[in-house]
Ligand binder design. Structure first.
Ligand SMILES: C[S@@+](CC[C@H](N)C(=O)[O-])C[C@H]1O[C@@H](n2cnc3c(N)ncnc32)[C@H](O)[C@@H]1O
Length: 292
């Protein structure tokens, strides 16, 4: 089977199950209990991809739901309808697309979904934060800079909107142990923190920086870990992760001897994967923050 490791929709479809298992149930419970008194939830999903957060939470949230997805990658927004229709089919739910909105119905529970192609930076122009209960984001904020996150949190705090941010990236570790693992993962993190048009992404510092910032804004924070354990048999996820690390490190300006050491290390990891001896842990945390 040949997989295109550069297809973002394919990657998101494969990570869905790992995320679902890893999502922290205590943080999730706090989020659900916080809104227990409401009959309808207005949710904005930032960096929505193809709607993984919606597909995960629709069943967990007992209320009716209005979702607005904000996603900057047009390749992903173009695939969202197909992904949600497929989800509805699999679950036996009613699905229809009408007036630029998608509608999903499961028994008496209903959801509407609006997809906006745009950036989280413009959230206050794209949605009415005054009418929003919570902004959700899954595996997004390591891609944003501290300043972008600060801008977002400032807006949320001004309008008393909660934040549920899950699968915030922290660290990756590979087994079996090799002395070089730490060195190459550090380089991978250097790549994450390379200069980009919007600044420097928080990358592996996102958990700490987010908590600091939410704390300074006076928000109450509940946070717990949401670790992936990619076991020996999950070769597809191993291939995706190795391919991300490979592309990232190859794009750095390395000396010839460093390149050689990296290529040798990568070949060994691929061999371990083929032999079903590789395991990968990815540490994340989940945060639910609400105005005091
Ligand atoms: C790892 S993916 C996660 C997608 C989705 N939340 C999920 O769990 O499947 C991160 C997503 O954030 C989006 N993203 C990154 N920066 C963004 C920004 N400034 N505005 C909107 N979307 C952004 C990316 O395009 C990508 O789809």
């Amino acid at each position: 089977m040949h997989l295109n490791y550069h297809d973002p929709a394919l990657w998101l479809s494969h990570r869905f199950a790992c995320d679902a298992t890893a999502r922290n149930k205590a943080v999730e419970r706090k989020f659900l209990e916080f809104f227990d008194h409401k009959a309808l939830l207005n949710i904005v999903d930032a960096g929505a991809g193809t709607g993984a957060n919606f597909r995960y939470y629709f069943d967990h949230i007992r209320q009716h739901q209005h979702w607005t997805f904000i996603e900057k990658n047009a390749q992903l927004t173009a695939k969202t309808e197909e992904c949600l229709a497929q989800f509805a089919r699999q679950q036996g739910y009613e699905f229809e697309q009408k007036d630029n909105l998608m509608h999903l119905k499961a028994g008496t529970k209903q959801a509407s979904i609006k997809v906006i192609h745009g950036s989280i930076d413009d959230i206050e122009q794209l949605v009415s934060l005054q009418d929003t209960d919570v902004v959700t984001a899954n595996a997004v904020f390591h891609l944003l800079s501290y300043e972008q996150f600060q801008h977002l949190v400032h807006k949320l705090n001004q309008t008393y909107v909660c934040l549920l941010s899950t699968l915030n990236y922290y660290e990756v570790s590979l087994l079996p142990f090799s002395q070089d693992n730490a060195r190459f993962i550090q380089w991978y993190h250097m790549y994450m923190k390379r200069p980009q048009p919007f600044g420097i992404a928080m990358g592996p510092n996102c958990c700490e920086e987010m908590i600091d910032l939410l704390h300074h804004q006076g928000m109450v924070i509940v946070q717990e870990s949401s670790q992936w354990h990619i076991t020996r048999n999950n070769a597809v996820m191993h291939h995706f992760l190795l391919s991300f690390i490979e592309d990232a490190i190859r794009s750095l300006n390395l000396a010839a001897c460093e390149k050689k050491a990296f290529e040798q290390w990568m070949d060994e990891r691929k061999k371990l994967c083929q032999e079903r001896k590789l395991e990968i842990y990815v540490d994340h945390n989940d945060i639910f923050a609400y105005p005091d």
